[in-house]
Structure formats: C-alpha cells, structure tokens
Design a binder for this molecule. Structure first.
Ligand SMILES: [Zn+2]
Length: 312
C-alpha cells in the first residue's frame, strides 16, 4: 500500500444521504459522555477513545466557533462504532471512509481504528467531521459545492500541499486525470485513488480561495454573506470573479504551479539516491585505501626497510 493511500484510508468524507434512523445498532447498550453541546456514545471497551474524542472537542470547539462565528445547539451526537456496526455501514458506503457526518441529523460516526492508525488518525478524522458539522450549522452544507465543503474540512484539519501532494497533482495533470471541481460532487462513487485526488483538488481550490480572501476575517465575512445572500451572489463579491469562471482560474493556477514537478517521482529519486550513495561509498573506500598505503609507507620508512617490503 502506498503511503498516500494509507493516509487516505484514515480520511473521512461527507455523507449527504439522509439515512434511516435506528440503523447501526442504536439500540445496543452504550455508555455516553457529555462534552458541551456534544454527547459521545461508545461501548465500554471504547472508553479510551471516547476520552480522546472529548479532548479533541475541547481543543477544536473554540477554534471552530471563532472561525465560523457561531456556536452549535445542544444535541450533537458523536458515535464510536464497533467492527460489526462498521460492517453494516459498509453496505451503504465506500470502504475508504474512516468516519462520516450525517447532515440534518447532526451526527458524526467514527469507524473503529484501522490497522496501524493511532490516535492521530482519530483526531484528524474527528476534526474533519466537526468542520462539516459547523459548516452545516452555519451555512447549510447542501447549498455549497462539495469541493468547497471537503476542501474546507481538509484545510482546517491541518492538511497541506507539500512536495508529495504537488507531485501527485503534477502526475494527474500530465495524465489528464484532473477533474472539474463540480465533478467532485460524485465522490461517493469514486475508487479510493480517484477520491484521494478529489480531496487533494478540493484542498488546492480552497487554499487558492484563501489566497484571494487575503485574511481569515474576509473569509468569515464571505461566509456571513453566503448566509444572507447565497453562494452565487457572495462568491463574486469576495473573490472578484463569477463562480463559473473559478474552475478555469483554479486549473490554470495549479497547472502553472505543479506541472513542472512531473520531473520528480519516487522511483527517480530512489535511483538518484542509490547512485549518489554508490559514488559516496566508492570515494570513501578510495580515501581509506590511500590513507592505509600512506600509513604503511610511513611505518616502512621509519623501520628503514621500505624498499625491501614494497618491491620484494
Ligand atoms: Zn469530508
């Protein structure tokens, strides 16, 4: 499994469908923990994870409330699923989902830890879903483009575009795999690889918007404006361009920034490192041999039998 894919399996996504209540073992016995307006539901063996969720909430809530300029009402639910409940969930959802947010129900479902994923994975997943929840409470998530919803959650949970992500984008550009931003609305039906690219594109688009806003306060004003007058009206007011033009602007920008990175890939870097390592080893052996010869020569000349030993 490639590292990027492994990371992706901890990833989370937004579930738009309105699911029938009572699914996924709501009637099974559960403990609960109150955390502000949130109630965390868990099975007794999951108490440690519930405590971590409580801590993540305590850290994330002030940031989210500040950024979205809103609080959330009481009655928000976070449910830690067991393996069985997670299996039931997989009948309806892609296998790559680590957690999900159910709009209208204000519920966050968190899958059992994937193999190898530690608490860091839980924190990332939960923060991502909390951004969805706050986006929903503040803006009404279903009136927004999905790329914006996912990109915002990725950005806020600390994801960024480093060299590895830039290389992924450059290869997708070269292979013409980049999709229109509006096509990202179909992410639920994507394979893991394609969904991974969709999240990365979403993040890059939100980061570009952030650049155009210039400051977080303008971004917050934009959200307030979306609440009052809707996305289509607020967008040109705060970005200087009509929304239908944004896709082309975004594509040209990422193309200019990342296309050249196609020269780099992991395999090429591996061979370059191997070659450099080989050259360094060869030089080190040469230097050591020369030093040894000099050392022997010095010993021999001191003993006065240099010529005997060397030319015998
Ligand atoms: Zn998401």
């Amino acid at each position: 499994m490639k590292p990027l894919l492994a990371k992706f399996f901890c990833r989370v996504f937004l579930f738009f469908l309105c699911l029938s209540p009572g699914l996924w073992g709501q009637d099974s016995p559960r403990d609960s923990l109150e955390s502000g307006p949130f109630t965390i539901f868990f099975h007794p063996e999951d108490r440690n994870r519930a405590v971590v969720v409580d801590q993540v909430l305590a850290n994330a809530r002030p940031r989210l409330e500040g950024f979205f300029r809103t609080t959330v009402p009481a009655g928000m639910r976070i449910e830690l699923l067991t393996g069985l409940e997670s299996e039931q969930q997989e009948r309806n959802l892609p296998r790559w989902a680590g957690a999900l947010y159910l709009t209208r129900q204000f519920r966050i479902l968190i899958n059992p830890p994937q193999q190898g994923a530690g608490l860091r994975g839980l924190e990332e997943n939960l923060t991502h879903e909390l951004v969805h929840l706050y986006t929903d409470v503040k803006l009404g998530i279903q009136q927004l483009p999905l790329w914006y919803v996912e990109g915002l959650a990725e950005y806020f949970s600390g994801e960024t575009i480093g060299l590895g992500e830039g290389i992924t984008l450059s290869h997708a550009l070269a292979a013409r795999q980049i999709m229109d931003l509006d096509a990202i609305s179909g992410v639920l039906g994507f394979s893991a690889n394609k969904a991974n690219l969709a999240y990365l594109q979403s993040l890059s688009a939100v980061m570009l918007l952030r650049e155009r806003f210039g400051a977080d306060s303008n971004w917050q004003d934009f959200h307030d404006s979306v609440v009052i007058s809707g996305w289509a009206t607020a967008f040109p007011k705060y970005t200087g361009m009509e929304y239908p033009h944004f896709n082309d602007f975004w594509y040209e920008t990422i193309s200019g920034r990342y296309r050249w990175l196609v020269l780099f890939n992991a395999e090429l870097l591996f061979w370059v490192m191997l070659l450099l390592g080989g050259i360094a080893g060869f030089v080190a052996v040469k230097i050591r041999t020369r030093r040894k010869l000099r050392h022997w020569a010095r010993e021999d000349s001191e003993e006065g039998n240099w010529e005997d030993r060397f030319f015998a």
